[in-house]
Structure formats: structure tokens, C-alpha cells
Write a protein that binds this ligand. Structure first.
Ligand code: ADP
Ligand code: ADP
Length: 229
């Protein structure tokens, strides 16, 4: 069995008279320790999939198997525990707490985690050794994104969910960020899922899942992914 299996997962929004099908019987699998890229244009349903995988939202129907458990059946309390213990999030717009330093931002995220990594060490690993006492506003976009990666990795999550992680960054900085994600998969066996509309990110993936109009349109395995480098 794969680490993640979505089976006919649908998410339907009812807005008065209008019905919006954000996910339409989405079925795919994601393997443990892989980098998986979910590719598709705006409105394809990618964020909906990511929110559901992260336990931030529940599907209207279907199964969402993560590590042999159907998280679609989890109650609120179980979802909170799942998010805290198993999932790290990386978003396009960093979401750092502005009045906390880089170090404090990472510490805040790991406070409630039992076997968290040392915050200083994790920041060092993402190349921010000399920036740990800086506030987000004193950091470049790439540095802020590295803080969010440190914040996620310090939790030692089994699953790392990334929403356009290079979206706000220039090409070179984006490449550094993708290398950190690649290393997390390779060295820590973290399962990395990246949603993006940018097809340039696809070569690094072990599996590329394309979505359009709420549906999966193709799944392609890449047995020899191209390292970011
Ligand atoms: P993507 O991330 O690929 O851009 P989304 O998952 O954000 O796609 O959105 C898929 C569709 O679902 C879009 O048509 C979007 O407008 C709709 N949608 C997403 N979230 C909501 C919501 N909370 N209420 C109503 N419609 C939504
Ligand atoms: P978009 O996909 O439109 O760019 P975001 O990436 O900002 O939107 O957020 C996607 C979803 O994740 C939203 O539902 C948002 O509420 C949620 N979210 C954003 N930041 C965090 C965070 N730090 N922790 C948990 N959930 C978040």
C-alpha cells in the first residue's frame, strides 16, 4: 500500500444556487519518501487537495488514506493531532510571525512537538546560521522561505506539503529552496508534495500528477528524476 491514497475524493462547494466541484473523484497514490509534484493551472483544484491532505479541510466524499488511516473519517480532535504530529506546511507567502525572530518562529512551531529537532541546528542546516536573531522583515524572500522550511522540518514531519514554494522567489533562490525540499525527501525520508502551476518544477519529482478542472488528467512516474542542482 502507498503512503497516501486518495480514492475518488470529491469536494463540492454549495453556494446558494451554484455548485462548485473543486475536486471531482480525484484518485492517485503518493509513495513514502518521494517528491510528488501536483501540476495544473489556477482553479484546477490543487489547493483543495493540499488542504485535504493537510487535514485543514474534509472532502465531501471519498477516501483519503494516509499511513493506512482514512483521515477523511477523522474528527476535529484527531485532525488537529494529525496536523501537529505528521504534517509540515510551506506556503508561498511565508506566514511567519512578524514580531518573532527566525529562531522564535521555529521554536513556536516546535513547542508542542514531542521529539522536535533543535531549532538553532535546523536553521543552520537551511543556511541561516547568521540570521537566527533577525526578524522576518530583516530577511530576504528566500531567507524567509528558508525559515518556513526550518519551521516545518524541525517538527520532523512525515509529510511536507508545499504550496507554490518558489512562487514569490527569483529563479536562483527558488532553486535553493527546491534543493532543501529534495534533501528532506532524500535524507529524512520525508514525503514531499508540491503543488504548483510552474511546470519547470516537474523534472525533480518522482511522480507528476496533472490536474485540470477538478480532475486528475495524468499521472507520470519519473524513475530517474533530475536533481535540482
Ligand atoms: P487551485 O489551487 O488549483 O488554483 P483550488 O483548489 O484553489 O484550485 O480551487 C478549485 C475550485 O474550487 C476553484 O473553482 C475555486 O474557485 C473553488 N473553491 C476553492 N475554495 C473554495 C471555497 N472555499 N468556496 C467556494 N469555492 C471554492
Ligand atoms: P493559496 O493557495 O490561495 O495561495 P495559501 O497558500 O495562502 O493560499 O493557503 C492555502 C490554505 O492553507 C488556506 O486555506 C490557508 O488558510 C491555509 N494556511 C495558510 N497558512 C497556513 C499555516 N501557516 N498553517 C496552516 N494553514 C495555513
Amino acid at each position: 500500500m502507498s503512503y497516501i491514497e486518495l480514492i475518488e475524493e470529491s469536494k463540492i462547494y454549495q453556494m446558494g444556487e451554484t455548485t462548485i466541484t473543486a475536486n471531482d473523484k480525484v484518485t492517485f497514490a503518493i509513495e513514502e519518501g518521494d517528491v510528488t509534484v501536483i501540476l495544473g493551472p489556477s482553479g484546477a483544484g490543487k489547493s483543495t487537495v493540499l488542504n485535504i491532505l493537510g487535514g485543514m479541510d474534509s472532502p465531501t466524499s471519498g477516501q483519503v488514506i494516509v499511513d493506512k488511516e482514512d483521515i477523511a473519517q477523522f474528527n476535529k480532535k484527531e485532525l488537529i493531532r494529525y496536523r501537529r504530529e505528521s504534517v509540515g506546511f510551506i506556503f508561498q507567502f511565508y506566514n511567519l510571525v512578524p514580531n518573532l525572530t527566525a529562531l522564535e518562529n521555529v521554536e513556536l512551531a516546535t513547542e508542542i512537538v514531542k521529539e522536535a529537532k533543535d531549532a538553532t541546528q535546523t536553521l543552520q542546516e537551511v543556511g541561516l546560521k547568521n540570521r537566527i536573531h533577525n526578524f522576518p522583515a530583516q530577511l530576504s524572500g528566500g531567507e524567509q522561505q528558508r525559515v518556513t522550511i526550518a519551521r516545518a522540518l524541525a517538527k520532523k514531519p512525515k509529510l511536507l506539503l508545499c504550496d507554490e514554494p518558489t512562487g514569490a522567489l527569483d529563479y536562483e533562490t527558488g532553486k535553493q529552496i527546491l534543493m532543501l525540499l529534495e534533501n528532506a525527501a532524500r535524507n529524512e525520508k520525508t514525503t514531499v508534495v508540491i503543488i504548483t502551476h510552474n511546470s519547470l518544477i516537474a523534472p525533480m519529482a518522482n511522480r507528476v500528477i496533472r490536474m485540470n478542472d477538478g480532475k486528475v488528467t495524468s499521472v507520470v512516474d519519473q524513475p530517474n528524476p533530475t536533481p535540482v542542482a
